[in-house]
Ligand binder design. Structure first.
Ligand code: SF4
Ligand code: SF4
Length: 477
């Protein structure tokens, strides 16, 4: 295992091993710990800028409120979701399903065109690992080679100090991440209660807080790149999503091969790759990108920066490793709209249109009114005909509301059992039974359609069509 770790550090990966094994496992099946060299360069600097913005958004969003309600909340426990200030309840599940489906198709389309750009630039795992935890590690323990030496050194006060301070900082950051994660689920107000009130009043919340912190600490202090290689389904789906037209971090083998060490004073007879191994040394997943696109590559751009630096030093043109498709490198084709891209785009557009239509027609209150199952009409003493109905009303807003029913287009009365108005709390489903009495002279047939309006004060919020039955005209008194 040590030999493999050293090989990655020296940029001397076995040239054929990538075909039948992954980079972070040695021949005996043990994990190979990766000590990547500190990355630097243009792409890395841009990734720092993007990471700072995304981290500010991630940590800031739970604090944003609109009219006292969270801007974003994914409360799976209470099945309450707020997205961009809009509340979604379990009744809106079909919209969620459509959004989820659109997202999956979008990911397929985006990956087919741009490869794993998401992994390198926007994935929280990569951002936290490479831009937060790894940077702290470099700061405390030094560059990759120094970390390797420190891990093999005898225990000393210096080693204890470095290791302890690193892990204390790692756990503290994991605690902040864990709390933020929890804030997205239960809301920032609930989180503050867990933090400020006695623990015994929030045993469950407190347990989750510690659990999430421990989980993130484990991921970033120990599990690391294995999350991308073994766990992340997106990474594992690359082989079906990428094609020769996809833009990925790629080594220009036409220009680079045959690789060969730089010979000073002699005319360079080989390709542009001087086999310095720097692209392997900086790779956080320990692969050699010169072997082609691999499952482990998270498109972090570290090898692009490293190689550009080398090319700059030896006076050759940059971009030997760059964002490029296989077709671009081999045939010079910049981009082709393939049938796959057209297909994904068409399905995505259709799904987005349907989702938008559902979103626009979505009501704050959802009502279903049906004639009570198995009930018949009743002829009253004053000659009116009575039908019985059941209503189900769901309040999808943040506020409690009172509603009442009115007949829309026929004379008559509605009597709700026991009350004049129905009180419906937020996210509450209220079931009610009511009676509709209509004078005989207003009923021309024995089966008519009537509209029942649901009013909040004087405002009509919903109008439901239902059926009303009466005795046949000849059979009436
Ligand atoms: S950094 Fe560039 S020159 Fe050096 S080994 Fe990698 S591809 Fe070749
Ligand atoms: S091969 Fe290059 S882009 Fe891919 S993970 Fe390694 S360093 Fe990052």
């Amino acid at each position: 295992m040590i030999a493999d770790e050293k090989k990655i550090q020296n940029g001397e990966k076995d040239q054929e091993s990538f075909r039948d094994s992954i980079s972070i496992i040695d021949k005996s099946g043990k994990r190979v710990w990766v000590y990547p060299k500190k990355p630097k360069g243009k792409y890395h600097n841009w990734r720092i800028v993007v990471s700072v913005i995304l981290l500010a958004v991630l940590f800031g969003v739970p604090f944003i409120k609109i009219d006292g309600h969270p801007f974003f909340l994914l409360n799976i426990v209470e099945r309450k979701f707020i997205i961009f200030g809009l509340a979604f309840w379990p009744q809106d599940f079909y919209i969620f399903a459509l959004v989820f489906l659109s997202l999956v198709i979008f990911i397929f389309l985006f990956t087919t065109v741009f490869g794993r750009i998401w992994c390198g630039w926007a994935c929280p795992q990569t951002i936290f690992m490479e831009m937060v935890f790894r940077k702290i590690e470099y700061w405390i323990e030094g560059d990759g080679a120094e970390q390797y030496k420190l891990n093999r050194a005898e225990m000393s006060p210096d080693k204890i100090l470095k290791k302890t301070s690193k892990h204390v900082i790692f756990f503290s950051i994991s605690f902040v991440i864990g709390n933020t994660f929890l804030a997205y689920i239960i809301g920032i107000d609930e989180l503050f209660k867990i933090i400020t009130e006695p623990v015994q009043e929030h045993i469950v919340g407190f347990s989750f807080m510690i659990g999430f912190s421990g989980l993130f600490y484990f991921i970033f202090a120990s599990f690391r790149e294995q999350a991308c290689i073994y766990v992340c389904p997106y990474g594992r789906l690359q082989s079906v999503m990428l094609d020769k037209n996809s833009i990925v971090v790629a080594y220009d083998f036409k220009r680079g091969e045959p690789r060969g060490k730089l010979k000073h004073g002699a005319e360079n007879q080989s390709g542009d790759c001087i086999d310095c191994g720097l692209c392997v040394q900086v790779c956080p997943t320990g692969i050699d990108i010169r072997n082609g696109t691999q499952l482990e590559c998270v498109n972090c751009t570290a090898c692009m920066d490293a190689c550009d630096g080398i090319m700059d030093k030896i006076g050759r043109s940059k971009k030997l490793i760059r964002y490029a498709s296989f077709d671009l490198i081999t045939k010079g084709i910049t981009f082709t709209v393939t049938p796959r891209i057209v297909g994904y785009s068409a399905v995505l557009l259709l799904l987005m249109a349907v989702t938008t239509a559902f979103m626009l027609t979505r009501k704050d209150i959802e009502t279903t009114i049906l004639r009570a199952k198995g009930s018949m009409y009743q002829v009253l003493e004053d000659g009116k005909i009575r039908n019985m109905y059941t209503a189900k009303i769901v309040n999808k807003t943040f506020d409690a509301m009172t509603v009442h029913f009115e007949l829309e287009d026929v004379p008559g009365t509605i009597t709700v059992a026991g009350v004049d108005q129905l009180l419906i709390r937020p996210d509450e489903l209220v079931e009610s039974t009511f009676l509709v009495d209509i004078p005989q002279e207003a009923i021309k047939q024995n089966h008519i359609k009537i509209n029942i309006g649901v009013y909040r004060g004087n405002t009509l919020i919903s109008s439901e069509e239902t059926s009303f039955i009466a005795p046949a005209k000849g059979a009436r008194k």
